[in-house]
Structure formats: C-alpha cells, structure tokens
Design a binder for this molecule. Sequence first.
Ligand SMILES: Cc1cc2nc3c(=O)[nH]c(=O)nc-3n(C[C@H](O)[C@H](O)[C@H](O)COP(=O)(O)OP(=O)(O)OC[C@H]3O[C@@H](n4cnc5c(N)ncnc54)[C@H](O)[C@@H]3O)c2cc1C
Length: 406
Amino acid sequence: MSFDIVVIGAGPAGLCFVRSLAGSGLRIALVERQEAAALVAPADDGREIAITHHSQRLIRELALWGRLREEEIGTLRDAMVLDGDDRDGLMFRHDEAGKPQLGWLLPNHAIRRAAYAEVMTLPEVERITGARVGSIRTGVDGAEVGLDNGGTLRAQLVVAADSRFSETRRAMGIAAGMHDFGKTMLVLRMQHDVPHEQVAWEWFGVGQTLALLPLHDPHTSSVVLTLRPQAMQALLALDDAALEAAMAERFQQRLGTMRVAGPRCAYPLVGVYAKRFVAERFALIGDAAVGMHPVTAHGFNFGLLGQATLARELRAASNVGRPIWSPALLQRYEREHRLATRPLYLATQMLAGLYTDDRRPARVLRKLALGAGARLGPFKRLVMSGLTADGGGVPAPLRLLRRGSA
Ligand SMILES: Cc1cc2nc3c(=O)[nH]c(=O)nc-3n(C[C@H](O)[C@H](O)[C@H](O)COP(=O)(O)OP(=O)(O)OC[C@H]3O[C@@H](n4cnc5c(N)ncnc54)[C@H](O)[C@@H]3O)c2cc1C
C-alpha cells in the first residue's frame, strides 16, 4: 500500500499531527500497536496534563476541546512552589500574568480519546491498529515501513511518534541523549477534606517531591509523588487505607483526610533528547524527539508545538506542489523545534537534579533560589509568560533564555 505519509504511533502527538493535516490532500497511514478498542476508550493512565494557553488554543483549533467532558477540565488558577517545611511558598498568581488562570489540567486518556475520535472522521487516513512497526528503510526513492503482520507500507515520508523509547528512532540510527533520574513517579487521584482552590503545588521535601494538581471537583486532586524505586515499591504494596494515611502524612495533614479515587500509576523518570529530529524522508515528533521530565509539565505542550510546526511546513509544501520530504523543509522543522525546546529541556534537567538532591549544598541553593524568585518580579513574570502566552512559535521565556545564553 502507498501513502504520502506513514505516521508511527497513535499517542497524543501522532494523533494531533494527523488531525493537523486534515484536508491537506495528503494520504496518511497511521500505524499503532494497540488495538482499536484501546484507542476508542483509552484506559485511565493517571496522568493529568497541565496545558498552557498556547496549547489550549491548538487543542481548540484541532476540535478536540469540544469532545472533552466538562468534569474532565480542571482549572489551574495559581501555582505554589514549596521547599521543605515552608508554610508559604513562591506563588505564581494568574492576576500577575493578567489572565483569568495560568492554564488547564486535562486527563491524558481524555486527550487521547478526543484526538482519536477526531481522526476517525478523516477519510484520508488509513488506521492500521494492532500492528507493530518492525522495520524501516528510507532512501532517495522513497520510504518503506515493514509491519510485524507481514504487511509493507510505502510512503514519501515517515513521521515517528512512537514514545521516548522510540524503536524507530533507533532503527534509523538516530542517537538520543538519555538521563535516567533513578526515581519513580506515582500519579494518583485523591479526594481530600480541604479544598484545593484551583492552586497547583510543587513541594520539594527531603527524600521526596510532591505535587498537587487541582481537578474539576474542588475536593479532588491528582497527587504526584517522586521517590526512589525501592521506597515506591514499599508504598505501592500498601492497601488503600494505609496508602491514604501515608499520603496525608506526606502532605503534613495540610489537606485533611485523603481518600484514593483513581488507579495507582507509576512511571520511571527518564529524560530523552534526540540528537537529530530528522533524517532522509524521516522526522521525529512528540516524546520520540523530546521526552521531558514531568516536573516542568511541558512534554505534551512541546509535542503539540512540534507537530504543529511540522504540519504547517508540510501543508505549505503540499499546497504549491513542492516535495513534502525535501531536506530543506525537514531541516527548517528541526531548527525551529530545537530552538523552542532545547533551553527548557536543559533547564528542566538542572531543576530536577537540584530539587531531588537532598545533600546540604543543594538544599541551601534551592532555598536561595526560591527566596530570590519570590523577591524578583521579572523572574516570576518570565515563568508565567511561558504558561500564559497564547501566541505561536517559541514561548517568551525561551526567547529570553536564548538571548541570555547567547
Ligand atoms: C507522570 C507524567 C505526567 C506528565 N505530565 C505532563 C504535563 O503536565 N504536561 C505536559 O505537557 N506533559 C506531561 N507529561 C508528558 C506527556 O504525557 C507526554 O509528552 C505525551 O504523552 C507523549 O505523547 P507521544 O504521543 O509523543 O507518546 P506516547 O504517549 O508514548 O505514545 C506513543 C504511541 O506509539 C505507540 N508505539 C510505540 N512503538 C510502536 C511501534 N513499534 N509500532 C506501532 N506503534 C508503536 C504506542 O503504543 C503509543 O500509543 C507527563 C508524563 C508523565 C509520565
């Protein structure tokens, strides 16, 4: 079978990319190893995705927003960063950003469900589910993707969105810088007595990092806990009552009684940055290109940004009959997405290292950093403009960081 583009991976990035090309006239094959039923009604994976104003605009443009249920949309009004036993942390307030809220929280499985429902309406897309990509070959004459069910797909261009551990990236000989933080992150929906007031918390403690993500219901949040794998195993072995007591204690009873209200989902923390995003007739998007540590909540935001950049280039080429696989086009995508993501990727690695290091110098340094942040208006404005900027292209803080590093 022949197509213009083969997209590998129907995760949020692959699905949004396919939806972005709707009506472009390009014929697309979308290959996913999961069965169709798992894409129509994805399992709850516990992840609540914090999205920026720019991402919300893209999600609306892709017609996904209208497919989300009211109770799935959480308001991220303000955010608070706490260190150790601090009672008052560094606050990031929506009114200082001149916006009604800093961002939104959406369940990852709801984003996947909405995106797949949209893709199902597109006649130009052939959905090949329950099939795993086993081989890939690209050359001057075209690209070929081999499936484990024996099928072969031919295309002008292959776009891989097959996760941060992308097998296709490896098969194409593209190296990636990987950093294993040696920590496990638990995400768990919990109900609590004290209302969250739509404020997200990031709380750096000794031996643990906690976060609280406010959901639609004022007494329900997604609780995020980062621990060493052994400590996490012990916690996951507890029954619900013991886990609830343990979490209330970790939150120093600040939320009152806490009750489990969702599945326990644990993720190993590994950051990944591909050395190249493109090769001959080939491009990486989503986590396969940039797999962020979740602490700065930017993985999917970058995934959305990157797919939009590539889709815009492909549409422009297709409209005027230029080749969609031209090296110049692919390099423009690579350049723009690298500039948009690299500074925050590096800053996130540094931040994650500093805030999960319990040795004394790191503890002193982060106290100083938070104290300085609280006093410095420009620092806070910089962080907030990244969340609330709704223009396209490179977020404002990254432009400033780039200028600074230059
Ligand atoms: C705990 C946690 C919290 C997070 N919070 C945030 C947040 O607040 N904000 C934010 O922006 N981001 C956040 N993220 C990041 C976000 O979840 C990811 O960036 C996003 O899900 C990546 O989407 P993707 O489509 O690139 O990859 P994936 O979701 O990994 O999808 C890849 C798809 O490819 C398929 N696949 C893989 N290999 C093959 C193959 N060989 N053949 C066929 N199919 C294949 C897989 O089955 C899968 O469906 C968080 C991540 C975690 C773990």
